[in-house]
Design a protein around this ligand. Structure first.
Ligand SMILES: Cc1ncc(COP(=O)(O)O)c(C=O)c1O
Length: 341
């Protein structure tokens, strides 16, 4: 029987991987926060103890980052990205002494390190945070004062996020409570693995996201996610992703896709974004072929005035290239999209 191809959506979790969990004690060398926003809030709570209260973030950003900054008590100001999706140095004149700047490694393609070094050189007073949620393999290579990444975007783990601090370790982490949202996330992933109808497991994923949205304080990851994190073969996953990423460009160029970034073999991206004039139409049509692709991010009130947020918000579609997919599935995804354009 021909295998039914289904692409996109959250990771599933095979219950067999939980074997050994009841006897597990977390390794104290790694501290996992619950989510990217928990990690960001933890960084900001610490930074606020140095008297900082204003953060500058790009207009083109997901709403959860804006809310996390506000929940941490920061006044949020926005900057427009330059044409390479980087912080524009001329914006520095708008930044007061000792403010905080957030830069973002979008999809894993935007290396913000050279810009961070320039900011540091011109304005050593500024605290710089690099958002590496979309780039797991570079979060600890940052030149920023702090960076963070989120595990559930990259791996079959219900929650978990990591912070890298260049000089100042985060101090408040030992008092954090455990997150709650991972429970619905875990149930959803286990049910998805059992190939139950979509509406059954999707409800758990949606509930988990709602619970995550209402968290107000930084939280730590579940013990279960710690356990799963320690089992992951990161290099194996990276190799598979890199193969899929390369193949996506080979085939995508043959089909004439408009990639948002050129191929760069030093990158292991989260997704491969393409730009389409009729993005919403294509996205809807490919769902009929069991292809469910994310978009990053539709415009919101806070960035209605931004040309970049508007252009990408309307046209961007994220191809999935992760370790779950074979070359056959990558080809199928691109072929179906090309037919709908
Ligand atoms: C660039 C970026 N930063 C931060 C976040 C927040 O991460 P989390 O959902 O783990 O809180 C996201 C989530 O999609 C993101 O894409």
């Amino acid at each position: 029987m021909k295998k039914i191809i289904k692409i996109g959506g959250e990771f599933d979790i095979n219950p067999n991987i939980l074997e050994g969990y009841p006897d597990y004690t977390p390794n104290n060398n790694t501290y996992l926060y619950s989510s990217g926003r928990s990690a960001l809030m933890a960084i900001l709570k610490q930074v606020s103890t140095y008297g900082k209260s204003i953060i500058h973030i790009p207009y083109y950003i997901c709403p959860s980052v804006v809310f996390a900054c506000e929940k941490a008590g920061f006044d949020v100001k926005f900057y427009e990205l330059d044409k390479n999706y980087l912080f524009p140095l001329e914006y520095l004149t708008n930044i007061r002494i000792n403010d905080v700047v957030l830069t973002v490694n979008y999809f894993g393609f935007v290396d913000d390190n050279p810009t961070i070094l320039e900011i540091r050189n011109l304005r050593p007073d500024i605290t710089i945070i690099s958002d590496q949620v979309q780039s797991f393999w570079t979060y600890d290579k940052t030149e920023a004062d702090f960076s963070f990444t989120s595990l559930r975007k990259h791996f079959p783990i219900p929650d978990g996020a990591l912070i890298y601090s260049k000089n100042q370790p985060i101090e408040l982490k030992f008092s954090l409570k455990e997150s709650f949202f991972y429970k619905n996330k875990l149930i959803g992933s286990l049910l998805k693995n059992q190939s139950l109808p979509d509406n059954i497991y999707l409800k758990f994923f949606e509930d988990a996201e709602l619970e995550l949205d209402i968290e107000k304080e930084p939280l730590k990851a579940s013990k279960l996610s710690h356990f799963l994190y320690e089992k992951i073969d990161f290099e194996k996953i990276r190799t598979k992703r890199n193969e899929n990423y390369k193949y996506t460009y080979e085939i995508g160029l043959q089909f004439g896709l408009n990639f948002m970034f050129s191929y760069n073999d030093s990158v292991t991206p989260l997704n491969v974004p393409i730009l389409l004039n009729n993005r919403d139409h294509v996205r809807k049509k490919i769902m009929n072929n069991n292809i469910f692709l994310p978009i990053h991010w539709t415009q919101s009130n806070y960035n209605i005035c931004s040309d970049t947020a508007k252009r990408i918000g309307i046209n961007e579609l994220s191809l999935v290239i992760d370790q779950r997919y074979s070359k056959e599935e990558i080809y199928y995804q691109i072929e179906i999209i090309s037919k709908m354009i």
